[in-house]
Design a protein around this ligand. Sequence first.
Ligand code: SF4
Ligand code: SF4
Length: 122
Amino acid sequence: MAADPDRPKTWRKWKKGLCDDCQAFCCRMPVEVTSGDLIRMGICGDFDIELGTKHILKTFKAEIKSFSKASEKYTLEQLSNRDCLYLDQNRRCSIYDRRPDTCRRHPLVGPRPGFCAYEKKI
Ligand code: SF4
Ligand code: SF4
């Protein structure tokens, strides 16, 4: 049964193998990325970063939704069903080798580190 992503107390503790048969539901969560992530992902180049946040948000609005001054991170845009733009038809990451650090470290980072927001605790 599914957990409630808005209620961390319902989440299941992550363990090896939990993701094996999953349809990558966590790729529906907002993804925060750094400037370095944007370059590695191929969204923009060093020159764009030098031009600043306003330039980035205006030029790459199809890929980037917002910027947080507090965390100094951008949040990636999502599809209307909340899936990540980079999730392919087989629900695999199409930029796996270039994916953001947040995705590399998931679920060890986030609102409840070490827990999956989509598998209900047992
Ligand atoms: S962390 Fe949870 S939602 Fe994400 S792939 Fe693993 S089991 Fe699925
Ligand atoms: S970049 Fe890849 S791993 Fe990260 S949320 Fe998008 S599809 Fe998932």
